[in-house]
Write a protein that binds this ligand. Sequence first.
Ligand code: ADP
Ligand code: MG
Length: 417
Amino acid sequence: SYRKGGYHAVRVGDSFNGGRYIAQRKLGWGQFSTVWLAYDTRTSGFVALKIQKSAPQFAQAALHEIELLSAIADGDRNNSRSVVRLIDHFKHAGPNGQHLCMVLEYLGDSLLRLIRYNHHKGLDLNKVREICICVLTGLDYLHRQLNIIHSDLKPENILLVSPIDPSKDPVKSGFTPILEKPEGGNINGGVSMSFVEKKLKRRAKMAVARISERRASMGMPQEQKPQKSLEGIDMKCKVVDFGNACWADQQFMEEIQTRQYRAPEVIIRSGYTFSADMWSFACTAFELATGDMLFTPKGGQGFTDDEDHLALMMELLGKMPKKISIGGARFKDFFDRYGDLKRIKRLKYWSLDRLLVEKYKFLEEDARDFADFLRPILDFAPEKRPTAQQCLQHPWLTSNSNSNDNKLASGINNLQI
Ligand code: ADP
Ligand code: MG
């Protein structure tokens, strides 16, 4: 892909936009771009530099993304709405062509990395709550204020906000900027363990130590150690990747979203709106809490991915009402005239709270409360799903749980370690 029209090859120490930004290390990549950690010589902080492939269709997509990101930044002057902030954009000429570049605030690891880092065990429910509040805040802003559908919400596209902001405090973040090309530097900046991840590990150790100290000082038994090393880490995060986002009234794609997070109305082609993001949100929340994706469809003998996906949804949520399925342009591809799946006949029905208790060993009460929060968002009828704003009012998010561990954890947060 490093050829005409493709990615721009970057080396550590390369400079951009008239010398303002200096490439430090590769952070990640997507289908259309590579993303680099860069040092901003004007502000002496770190930023994320997203460098788009150069072919016209990629440039077009980048312009669209810049348009959306600009509206997002304009509507949120104090950067409090849990959506990534665009700082700058410019063109960069390279051997493969002209590349549009976006300068974004630098964020930490994705929730996907967090889930992996936690060995797919599922995060503590209080962490899940904190993350849900951030993501819903972002979605509410995008949907209600800006009229934007994200269209690709998933753990990979939600990034943690670094506990110490390296864009403001490079010294404290323990990261010294590289200002010149290293000697003999033929480095293409392979992705290494990020310093946020290292920091998370160090902070986790410190948090565990402090919790046991506090326990001791409060006369509490030591054997009740916190279960997760992520204890005491503030789970602030932001929604990123507007490469597939659209204005709700200017849709240009029939098929949106990454497979596992795709809403039923997108599969059956009955039209989508903001509520499709809500479906992906519910899938993401489930995954954070359990470590497993909610739906992992796979085609087989005589049926497609789409059909398996619909079957999995119905096994968990009940049969899709015919008045909904019949509204899909693809009704005849999947359903018989009774509204049953044509090619997958035997469904094993169970419920979300049973799944949480039996497979994921949730306590009955936790399972009931969490399922009560998720089930309405997983309604087959898009217009019946609660909005992000309504979800933020749900008791699962508003009524605090009050176990001792939580009190300790929030105490630790207040200590600002
Ligand atoms: P694409 O549209 O090509 O998928 P993304 O915007 O998703 O590009 O970025 C690709 C990857 O780069 C992300 O998954 C993430 O790892 C990293 N990344 C993107 N934006 C940032 C950022 N603001 N801060 C830190 N890393 C980022
Ligand atoms: Mg992406």
